[in-house]
Each structure stands twice: as structure tokens, then as C-alpha cells.
Design a protein around this ligand. Structure first.
Ligand SMILES: C[S@@+](CC[C@H](N)C(=O)[O-])C[C@H]1O[C@@H](n2cnc3c(N)ncnc32)[C@H](O)[C@@H]1O
Length: 252
């Protein structure tokens, strides 16, 4: 079984091999069923076989065309994974549910450090919904975690922004500004201790009450890339430790 998300949250969907086996079983049952039925009516084996074959061809055409019509009519209403032919773009909404909330000493964006590197030793916690407790198994083996969260206090998104570390306008995707079309923030934080479903964290640069979408273990072997260009950040990084959020992207 496979997990897929739907507008109502996460649901289970059958694996491809399982649904193939199921449709094969249906097909065999349907062929044998119509075969027996037509033979019991006509009592002629050749006639029963030819009628069964015609019925099966008709059913296959009906099934194939009704599925295509259904997908066209419902395009955009169902989850893209269920309806999108591979060539069409996945432009539907995706809904996520928080797996927990981030607690920090920063009660509003204004005054919050702008990266975890500049929030050295600032303590906070990550409170995970107990229903996800099993997902925390083995997490205490990692010194750092990647938190992925929804910047819920952001104003409406801007495609052009003046980032905290610069006074020139930049394309939002060339910045880490939180007011993005999908206001998702990423922070690499230190894991100090795990206490049930509460994770004690250091280097917290996130606002108190922020909904947490995901946690991933930080693995330097995966997460450090040998980059040789850092765009406009070059020459602006010295301001990182003094710069604080001044509320330019937030609602309050
Ligand atoms: C420049 S953004 C970078 C966020 C993240 N480290 C990243 O790179 O994706 C940092 C600012 O986001 C702001 N922020 C954090 N949590 C927020 C929230 N829930 N809503 C709005 N802004 C938030 C903080 O004020 C912080 O200074």
C-alpha cells in the first residue's frame, strides 16, 4: 500500500502490482462468468466463446473510454496523482497537515535572527503530535535536524523582495525571504535531547507557534554541496550576525 495525499489529508492507495493482480482476477472472473452464462443459454460452446469474447471487448472499450471521460471531466477536482496523465502539469493544490509546532523565545518575526547560524545557542522545542511518535524512533542518533515549516505569519507573497541582507530588489527564489508563494522555511538546528515527543533544540531562528511540516535528519554527506557561487550573498554575509527580521514580510 502507498500513502497519497488528498484534499482531506493523507490516505492509503493501493500499490501498482496489487491493483494489477486485482484487475486480473476481476477479468478472469468476468470471462468465466459470462462464458458460463452464455453457454447455459445457448448450449453451444463455439457460440458461447464468440459471445463471451464480444462482451469482453465491449466491456474493455466501455471501461477505457469511461475512465478517460471521467478523468477529463474531473481534471483539477481530484488529486493529480490519481488523474494526471504523465505529460500534464501537476498544478493542483496540495494540502499538508502540521506534524507539530515549534516553540521558541521569539514571539513575533520582528527581532528574530534570520538564520539558525546567527541564532547560536538559542533554545527552543519542537512539540510533535503524539500520533506521529513512532516516526521519531532513532532520531536521537542525530546531532542536527532539518526543520521544514510553514511561515504562518508572512504577509502575502512577493516575487520581488528586498532581502534582509541586501538593499537591492531580488527575485524571491534567489533569496531565503519567507514571503514566498509557498511560505516554507527550512532551518538546520542542533538536537540536544529527545523527551518523548518533545525535541529540545538549539540554534532556533523560528517564531513561536510555527506549524512544523516535516523533520529530516541532517547528514553532511548528503547536505553539503561543494558550491562555488553564492550569488548576491557574496559580500553580504558579514551582516548575518547583526541582522534581525524587521517585520518587512510579516503580518505583525
Ligand atoms: C530569512 S527567513 C529564513 C527562514 C529559513 N531559515 C530559511 O532559510 O528558509 C528568516 C526569518 O523568517 C521569519 N520567520 C520565522 N518563522 C516565521 C513564521 N512562522 N512566520 C513568518 N515569519 C517567520 C523569522 O523572523 C526569521 O528572521
Amino acid at each position: 500500500m502507498k500513502m497519497v495525499e488528498s484534499p482531506k489529508g493523507w490516505t492509503f492507495r493501493e500499490s501498482r502490482s496489487r491493483s494489477l493482480v486485482k484487475s486480473l482476477v476481476y477479468r478472469i472472473v468476468s470471462i468465466v462468468g459470462t462464458g458460463i452464462l452464455t453457454w447455459s443459454i445457448s448450449r453451444d460452446v463455439t457460440e458461447a466463446i464468440s459471445i463471451t469474447a464480444s462482451i469482453q471487448v465491449f466491456l474493455a472499450i466501455l471501461y477505457y473510454s469511461s475512465e478517460r471521460i471521467w478523468n477529463r471531466v474531473n481534471w483539477g477536482k481530484q488529486h493529480p496523482m490519481q488523474v494526471a496523465p504523465s505529460s500534464e502539469p501537476l498544478m493542483n493544490e496540495i494540502s499538508c497537515r502540521p506534524i507539530g509546532f515549534i516553540r521558541s523565545p521569539f514571539k513575533e518575526p520582528t527581532g528574530t535572527p534570520i538564520q539558525s547560524l546567527a541564532a547560536r545557542d538559542v533554545e527552543g522545542t519542537v512539540e510533535i503530535d503524539p500520533k506521529y511518535a513512532d516516526g521519531l524512533r532513532d532520531i536521537d542518533g542525530f546531532s542536527h535536524l532539518i526543520l521544514i515549516y510553514h511561515c504562518h505569519l508572512c504577509r502575502k507573497p512577493s516575487l520581488l523582495v528586498k532581502p534582509f541582507l541586501d538593499n537591492q530588489t531580488r527575485g524571491v527564489f534567489a533569496t531565503r525571504a519567507p514571503a514566498r508563494p509557498n511560505p516554507i522555511g527550512v532551518s538546520i538546528v542542533r538536537l540536544v535531547r529527545v523527551e518523548g515527543t518533545r525535541l529540545h533544540i538549539k540554534d532556533m531562528d523560528v517564531v513561536d507557534g510555527t506549524p512544523l511540516l516535516d523533520i529530516k535528519p541532517y547528514v553532511p554527506e548528503f547536505d553539503i554541496a561543494e558550491s562555488d557561487k553564492i550569488g548576491w550573498y557574496k559580500g553580504n554575509l558579514a551582516k548575518l550576525y547583526e541582522a534581525k527580521d524587521d517585520g518587512r514580510f510579516s503580518r505583525r
